[in-house]
Design a protein around this ligand. Sequence first.
Ligand code: ADP
Length: 369
Amino acid sequence: SGRPAPTRTPPSQPAQPARQNGGGAAGGKEKKPPIPKFGKRNDNIDKGDPTNGRPKFCPRAGEEELASLIEADMYVGNLNVSFSDIAGQEEAKGLLEEAVVYPILMPDYFQGIRRPWKGILMYGPPGTGKTMLAKAVASECGTTFFNISPATLTSKWRGEGEKLIRVLFDMARHYAPSTIFIDEIDSLCGQRGGGDEHEASRRAKGVLLTQMDGVGVDPGKIVMVLGATNHPWDIDEAMRRRLEKRIYIPLPTHDDRIELFKINTRSLRLAPNVDFDRLSKILDDHFYSAADITTVARDAAMMTMRRFLSDENTKKELKLRGAEIGKLAAEEPVSMDDFMNAIRKVPSSVNVDQIKKFEEWKKEFETIV
Ligand code: ADP
């Protein structure tokens, strides 16, 4: 997914009360965990570690290194996404609230027949907001958030995949309620690659399936598994069965595109002739994703700088008075032509055949068989 996830734990902030044990692996003799503050945004989530005032997770002997890796690379402390940053996807937002937010906020209601889904799958073309939605959901209910991408991690795991997933779930349960977001979840099921790597990823998947069967067993320790994929058809039956709730994240509609242009140009000066409705109509039936629209807006936004620097003399003066030129270029309004030129330059990253394939898969699998 396009958005670079801030997977590194940010440095601790000055306002933070003294941390109990400086982030070491040992610990556990601190004060009692506070009563979780459900129902409002967890303002402690910006902190550099997932303890949030609770005792630190104690890994088993021999698992310390994996636990540190998970905390450094998968735990995301600063989610920084809210539902209002996400254009459209109203249906998905509603479904995710019901499938993730409410079970966390009212765990006692979601028991027995109402138990939470074992896993939730968001599928659809790339760049439509799946990652953003996962983060917004986690941020909405103040859960501890882990972001794992098996595709990029298989090389790092080197046969440790099984252990890593087990430790990840142990940690997620410890810091519950938690959300584990697995991007490109299909890559765990794929026939891609062979030999050792394939075998390692097959075993890692086995552990993931077992762990998913265990989630929801202890209502006090809710761990939600949210998967995302651009290739739902590559997900095998065993995994599909666990991803009980499936949510299609489609391309933006006409209105969504207008909203996307608005969101992305909030800080810009626009010429009076800029007409987002017209721009959105031009893009109709051309399969632009939300990420594509964002790229168009970003490219249009740069045009004022390019106009300034197309003047050779101004360009020569850049080293001398760059800041001043930058300021002038920023004051220059972005015009309708700038957007048109940007559209000419930025192709859509999706095509009609892909969309047809998603719709077919939706018809076949969105309801539970
Ligand atoms: P996905 O996970 O579906 O591939 P992402 O959530 O990673 O897509 O989105 C990539 C980038 O595209 C985001 O960082 C954001 O800039 C933009 N984007 C995607 N979908 C939306 C949306 N619905 N609303 C606003 N911006 C979006």
